[in-house]
Ligand binder design. Structure first.
Ligand code: NAD
Length: 403
């Protein structure tokens, strides 16, 4: 039978470990992939006893280990260049495995480093969707925030001073080989970081649940992968949304370790699975120029835009929008408008700014944001309601004024 859909059913790592204590399995998992190891992290994690334990465990078992611990948030492309130069002059100059430990920025750097070390050139050669020529060095991803889902996604996001927006590299070859998700590692996230990364996870779940690519698209698709109502990724989105409804507020307002961290680590994972196949849409598209202009944390920007994007899309996705509200705990009979309000309330409760003006955007930047957001074509085309220049400008204006 000739395939009738070009969209994969599900893209995922070879192995995903999840649960409190799984960090103890990291060293053996890494050594199973090779003896020359690069560990990518930031200064905070490099000073954490867990990180030191990993280095000691790897070296004790004979591994050659290089540490790059200079990752900065939002991953400037210069960090990748620095990491490549560092590894090439180190004791593991020809690594067999690259391990990213930290937030999305550390994991994304591990992915791009593994790509550039294997295929040469610079990160800029691989921007976009079709430029990665083949498998990279295997990556093991260990998230310490609960948000990006990067531990399982085919994407890496960078900021490039030469570009007006954040830039992405997207390819199934970027999916980590192994993800080790230990929610205990997120227990140290302060309230603001829990909110930003939680809003990011929520945005992944909502956008993938309403995206064009969440629709079963062909007979073959319906026959083979129709699971209840909607695509298989919907099952991940539904589960993730329930967990967000149950535990995001607690992560932000109570913090520390506990079952709420287990929930949000799982929600972020579900968001990663869902977005890795169904993709995200317009809230992410407009965050690209906003992030570049304001240097707002990624999750804060997408979270701010999310209710406006949902309201814009509600007419095309009334059932899904209501279901999002139900899953978040807004009641059985919630309307699409009520569901948008429930999402806005949740985001407000965790301190996400309500408007682009609150993020520091100025009115004279709106044209530029609308124009550049549309250039994220992969995301805009995945939005359930088509957007042209007029609609984009209107949406950005609404998000600016909050009306
Ligand atoms: P981050 O990696 O940028 O880290 C932000 C800050 O949090 C850093 O200072 C870091 O040291 C700190 N931090 C991380 N874990 C901590 C912990 N447990 N305790 C205390 N502090 C901690 O934050 P992020 O939100 O995880 O990642 C954002 C990046 O990921 C952005 O560049 C975004 O564009 C990207 N992203 C990637 C994908 C993907 O699929 N690849 C998806 C969404 C977002």
């Amino acid at each position: 039978i000739a395939p009738t859909s070009s969209f994969g059913l599900l893209r995922q790592p070879r192995e995903v470990l999840y649960g409190a204590g799984q960090r103890a399995a990291l060293a053996p998992m890494v050594l199973a992939l090779g003896n020359q190891v690069v560990l990518v992290t930031d200064e905070r994690m490099a000073g954490d006893p867990f990180f030191n334990d990993v280095v000691v465990a790897l070296r004790r078992r004979g591994a050659r280990v290089t540490v790059f611990d200079q990752v900065t948030p939002d991953l400037p492309v210069g960090d990748v260049d620095a990491a490549v130069a560092h590894v090439r002059s180190s004791e593991a100059s020809d690594p067999e495995v690259v391990v990213g430990i930290g937030g999305g920025s550390c994991i994304d750097l591990a992915k791009v480093l593994a790509l550039v070390l294997r295929h040469g050139g610079s990160p800029r050669d691989y921007y976009g969707e079709f430029a990665v020529p083949g498998p990279t060095i295997p990556v093991v991803a260990v998230p310490t925030t609960a948000g990006t889902g990067s531990e399982v996604t085919p994407v890496a996001v960078l900021s490039d001073p030469e570009a007006v927006m954040k830039v992405g590299i997207s390819s199934p070859y970027l999916i980590p080989h192994t993800a080790v998700i230990d929610p205990v590692l997120t227990g140290s996230c302060p309230s603001g970081l829990s909110a930003a990364s939680g809003a990011d996870a929520l945005s992944h779940l909502v956008e993938s649940f309403t995206a064009i690519r969440h629709e079963p698209t062909s007979e073959l698709y319906q026959e083979r992968v129709f699971v209840g109502k909607g695509a298989l990724t919907d099952a991940y989105a539904r589960y993730g949304l329930e967990l967000v409804g149950r535990s995001l507020r607690t992560c932000v307002h109570t913090g520390g370790e506990g079952p709420h961290r287990d929930d949000m680590a799982m929600a972020a994972l579900c968001g990663g699975f869902a977005l890795g196949t169904a993709g995200t849409a317009v809230a992410h598209a407009f965050q690209y120029p906003i992030g570049a202009l304001t240097h707002t944390a990624h999750g804060v920007g997408v979270g701010c835009l999310l209710p406006y994007a949902m309201a814009f899309n509600a007419e095309a996705r009334p059932e899904e929008t209501s279901e999002i509200g139900r899953l978040l705990g807004a009641g059985e009979n919630v309307t699409p408008q009520g569901a948008v309000r429930a999402v806005a309330d949740l985001l407000s409760d965790i301190g996400i700014p309500a408007t682009l003006a609150d993020l520091g955007v100025t009115y004279d930047q709106l044209d530029e944001i609308a124009e550049n957001g549309l250039r994220a074509r992969r995301l805009v085309q995945n939005n359930p309601v088509p957007l042209g220049a007029v609609e984009a400008r209107e949406l950005v204006e609404l998000a600016f004024t909050g009306k």
